[in-house]
Design a protein around this ligand. Sequence first.
Ligand SMILES: Nc1ncnc2c1ncn2[C@@H]1O[C@H](COP(=O)(O)OP(=O)(O)OP(=O)(O)O)[C@@H](O)[C@H]1O
Length: 317
Amino acid sequence: MGTEIKVENLTKSFGKSLIWGDVTLTIPAGEICVMLGPSGTGKSVFLKTLIGLLKPDRGSIVIQGTDIASCSEKELYEVRKLFGVLFQDGAMFGSMNLYDNIAFPLREHTKKSESEIRNIVMEKMDLVGLLGTEDKLPGEISGGMRKRAGIARGLVLDPEIVLFDEPDSGLDPVRTAFLNQLIVDLNAQIDATFLIVTHDINTARTVPDNIGLLYHKHLAMFGPREMLLSSEEPVVRQFLNAQRVGPIGMSEEKDADELAAEADQELPPLPPIPMQLEPSNGIPRRSQREPGAWCKENGITPPPGSFEENMSMTTAV
Ligand SMILES: Nc1ncnc2c1ncn2[C@@H]1O[C@H](COP(=O)(O)OP(=O)(O)OP(=O)(O)O)[C@@H](O)[C@H]1O
């Protein structure tokens, strides 16, 4: 299970306004990727383009041999069945209880009997820790529970690719930590390919196998977690360490005067690379490797203190 997504030279504009151009990356089967980027750089547009809700101007997105940028509607309909999507707010129907919300895709897209549907819904509710809340309305539960219900609903059709659009938005740090653990556990358990859009730097530093950064209408970098967390590239370094010093300004790129004013400021050292979050259910991640393996293979010395067992999960910001 889990399928690769191969994106080549993807470009998307709305009218004359370019959102991003020439995006090329391969999201490996079964791994977790995080896509970062300042607000408005087109992360949600990227997710929508991957599932064919938006059409790119150019380029290809190949999933199981089908280019969804140029395929027929019928082919697109088939490829879409591979996806589960978690929208920001969980996108629950307010007047339906959680059971019916989670059962909805099965009733809409399959011919399964109500008893088969019941088995699947209860299994997914169990996976996300929501057994016993079947009769609750979305308005009666917390934001974190709504997110988990959204995940359960995204999983009922057994997707091979799961897209998460800011799963941690509006959650407190403790609930975010629980949600991150759930995401890592689910990834190991269902072995699907996960792509997460987030603004949470701690999530980006600890959860994924790979990180991408969209900035200034292009993909600034995409690669293994350790590659980006040890990178000295100014935009990557600034964003992944949530710093003010660097090329990214409040609304757009800084201008020459602003950059000149910063020229003498010494950059803080790169913080240690934290351990990757491990599944708590005893199932190894598909891509599990020794901490520091990428750095070693590539002759990179990680920042001091990296990969220490008891290192704080928070970043030095
Ligand atoms: N359907 C659309 N028509 C026209 N412009 C759009 C459309 N959808 C998005 N945009 C524009 O594309 C740009 C990128 O939007 P998007 O929501 O993808 O950014 P984002 O990186 O996800 O932002 P944030 O981090 O704030 O959620 C924005 O300027 C937005 O106004």
